[in-house]
Write a protein that binds this ligand. Structure first.
Ligand SMILES: *Cc1c(COP(=O)(O)O)cnc(C)c1O
Length: 234
């Protein structure tokens, strides 16, 4: 199937999952995760109507960004782990960093965004599964608390909500408790009405489990393989 056909099918699945959950499909953003795929594939997804793209490595996207400058209404999100020494480059290339998981990173991004005269959208990445190898700040941790209190200090960041990558299970139902946990964390943060901490975005769900994520409240699903095909193994 072509990229356009894949996207059409995913849109139907998104609509069906939204209906099951009594939600409006228009409230769910389909992010195309284009890591490892060439500019031509990104253009195909753009032509099929997608406007939000996710890349997980700063260096890789630096090599593609120039060839994509003519797509002004496309939104570029960094969804992978960011090293502090790439924070300046990331600020320059991306509209959004969805993987902020420390005060230190927020400080850096804010400083670079300020010098660049731009506002960076960010999500706080939460490690719901508590896996050692995964990025993200631990639920209930002091680090998370410090991020949540930092909002007013970071005038060039706009915090919109939370992101997570749960532990992988073959059965998409295995992700459900983690998605539910992220929604509950979001709800408890929202209830505190913290200054400059937006909670409208829940970025969760990938190719194999995005329908479950939508049933649990995802407002953004990050889909790579189901749009572009299998990635070459590194
Ligand atoms: C690669 C990646 C995705 C997309 O994964 P697929 O299984 O290919 O849909 C989503 N989120 C993050 C953070 C990723 O790194």
């Amino acid at each position: 199937m072509s990229i356009a056909e894949n996207i059409a099918q995913i849109r139907e699945q998104i609509a069906a999952a939204a209906r099951r959950a009594g939600r409006n499909p228009a409230d769910i953003t389909l992010m195309a995760v284009s890591k490892t795929f060439p500019v031509e594939s990104i253009r195909d997804a753009y032509a099929a109507g997608l406007r939000v793209f996710g890349e997980n490595r700063v260096q890789e996207f630096a090599g593609k960004a120039n060839a994509l400058r003519d797509l002004p209404d496309a939104e570029w999100h960094l969804i992978g782990h960011l090293q502090t020494n790439k924070a300046a480059k990331a600020t320059e290339l991306f509209d959004a960093v969805d993987s902020v998981d420390s005060v230190r990173m927020a400080e850096k991004l804010n400083a670079f965004a300020e010098s660049a005269g731009k506002t960076l959208s960010v999500l706080i990445e939460i490690n719901v599964g508590g896996e050692q190898a995964k990025n993200g700040v631990a639920p209930g941790s002091e680090e998370l608390e410090q991020i949540l209190r930092g909002g007013p200090r970071w005038g060039n960041l706009k915090i919109h909500g939370l992101m997570t990558v749960p532990p992988y299970t073959e059965d998409p139902e295995g992700s459900r408790p983690y998605f539910r946990q992220l929604r509950q964390i979001r709800d408890s943060i929202a209830a505190r009405e913290l200054p400059k901490i937006g909670t409208s975005v829940l970025s969760m769900g990938m190719s194999h489990d995005f329908e479950v994520a939508i049933e649990e409240g995802a407002t953004c699903v990050r889909v790579g393989t189901a749009i572009f095909g299998e990635r070459a193994k590194a």
